[in-house]
Design a protein around this ligand. Structure first.
Ligand code: BES
Ligand code: ZN
Ligand code: ZN
Length: 500
């Protein structure tokens, strides 16, 4: 779908569907809608007075204009009470709008910038959110369907209408950002939707290669013999039980000045987590094909940074392997030596994410980075603590945490901080090695973060546990059922903010 910005009035411009918004606590039609209502012989007012459209959040009404206007139809969408309207509500409204527009068989639709009077954000940010909502609301994964169940036409063009000429250029920037971050998210969702027999570590490396080729990004893939030479005991220890060769993938996007130290993103990339010898129960195990969400998000974010030509140097690191219970698999009690020399007693092979991340983080620290951010579907404890709607955040640097919190709010992918106090390391003490890989009952998300902190030296670092948000049990306005890739837009927004 092409997204464009045009200056124009609602009652002008030909389009298949014109999407407009309304509030619940709005007694009279806003000025901008009066011309439409006049052309429609008062239909908008009638829908309001009949109570057929009351403006409640997510409520909608479809009106055929029958040649009284250049737009063939009007889709009226509720945003709820004025005081409750946020950027994310606008995103959700556009997600729902896109689905409804597609149902009509339309090929084009247009919309003014919503909620400029209630959302405290510039038109560029609202335009960005509208593009994200529409593109992600339309996401579907049909790759393995033999017959197309929904042969609906694809929407070709979305037009955002500026009501003032001086809004156009800001809105265009917003649209470009929205396109890049939504594309990064759909790309990440695709990677997680593909089954683990297709999306192997080798295939992830191929995906990284095509991004590198398309955008002129430097790619290095460390094979298992390279990992051995370097001493990546975490990677190799997890990969031992699998027939698939592990890949340690490094992308370097140089958008900043040569002398600028990079920011490093590290994403857990377990293409299937069976638990290993500490085998998981079979119920819902198929969802563990998405245990590579962190890596998929990092790939998406690096791609978006390159597409937007952001002025930052970004390194993306994906430690990619399966976690399988093969005959040579790591066993409980085995001791591994990680890239930074620290030893780990593996007491549970299902706590594998922190093992590959230990090497990923230690490798990241070698870039002398400004900061490191890792994203990982790390712990079931994160789901227990936060449910479905917050990402767990732990880290050693207040300014970095504040930046990620802000980006999360802008993106509608909010984080919630957990404490990272040294006391928690008690739970990770081992009788035979520097530490063990599980922390016992209580504070599972925290002890996992504590474990990771031992591999970043003094570098400013934040860990995002996305186990809570990575899989949606239901379809939401712009979040598909199954893999959500929540966290991608947060990373992209954070990079945009840093690029200035
Ligand atoms: N990939 C899982 C965490 C997970 C669980 C993500 C459910 C998404 C949904 C991780 O590797 C894992 O198995 N963690 C264990 C750690 C435990 C053994 C200390 C867990 O949380 O149960
Ligand atoms: Zn696991
Ligand atoms: Zn895992």
């Amino acid at each position: 779908m092409k997204c464009q910005v045009k200056e124009g009035h609602l009652a002008q411009g030909a389009t298949d569907v014109l999407v407009i918004s309304g509030y619940e606590d709005e007694n009279t039609l806003p000025k901008a809608h009066q011309a439409l209502d006049d052309a429609l012989g008062g239909q908008l007012r009638e829908l309001r007075s009949n109570g057929e459209f009351s403006g409640k959040n997510q409520e909608s009404a479809l009106i055929h204009t029958r040649k009284t206007l250049p737009a063939k139809r009007i889709l009226w969408l509720g945003l709820g009470k004025k005081k409750d309207v946020t950027l994310d509500r606008v995103r959700q409204a556009m997600g729902t709008a896109f689905k409804k527009v597609r149902q009509t068989g339309a090929e084009t639709f247009s919309a003014p910038v919503f909620a400029t009077d209630t959302v405290k954000a510039p038109a560029s940010d609202i335009a960005q959110a509208m593009v994200e909502g529409a593109m992600l609301g339309g996401y579907r994964f049909t790759h393995y369907r033999s017959e197309n169940e929904e042969p609906s036409k694809e929407i070709r063009t979305m037009t955002l209408l500026a009501n003032r000429a001086n809004q156009v250029s800001g809105m265009k920037t917003g649209v470009r950002r929205g396109e890049a971050s939504a594309h990064a998210t759909s790309f990440a969702r695709d990677l997680c939707n593909h089954p683990a027999n297709v999306m192997t570590p080798s295939r992830v490396a191929q995906e990284a290669q095509s991004i590198a080729e398309d955008f002129g990004i430097t790619l290095t893939v460390l094979e298992s013999k390279d990992q051995e030479k370097l001493g990546m005991g975490g990677m190799l220890g997890v990969a031992r039980g699998s027939q698939e060769p592990p890949k340690f993938i490094v992308l370097e996007y140089a958008g900043g000045r040569k002398k600028d130290r990079p920011v490093v993103l590290v994403g857990k990339t377990i293409t299937f987590d069976s638990g290993g010898i500490s085998l998981k129960p079979s119920e819902n195990m198929e969802q563990m094909k998405a245990d590579m969400t962190g890596g998929a998000e990092v790939l998406g974010a690096v791609r978006a940074a390159a597409q937007l030509r952001l002025r930052v140097n970004v390194v993306g690191i994906l430690p990619a392997t399966e976690n399988m219970p093969g005959g040579r698999a790591t066993k409980p009690g085995d001791i591994l030596r990680m890239l930074n020399g620290k030893t780990v007693e593996v007491q549970n092979t299902d706590a594998e994410g922190r093992l590959v991340l230990a090497d990923g983080l230690a490798y990241a620290a070698r870039f002398n980075p400004q900061c490191i951010v890792d994203v990982a579907t790390l712990t079931g404890a994160c789901i227990v603590a936060l449910g479905q709607f917050a990402i767990g955040m732990l880290g050693n640097d207040d300014a970095l945490k504040a930046d990620l919190k802000k980006a999360g709010e802008q993106a509608g992918e909010r984080v919630w901080e957990m404490p990272l106090w040294e006391e928690y390391f008690e739970q990770l003490k081992s009788d035979v090695a520097d530490m063990r890989n599980i922390g016992g009952r209580g504070g599972g998300m925290i002890t996992a973060g504590m474990f990771l902190s031992k591999f970043v030296d003094d570098c400013p670092w934040v860990h995002l546990d996305i186990a809570s948000t990575d899989w949606s049990s239901s379809e939401r306005p712009y979040i598909s059922k199954g893999p959500t890739a929540i966290g991608t837009r947060l990373l992209v927004q954070w990079l945009i903010n840093r690029s200035g």
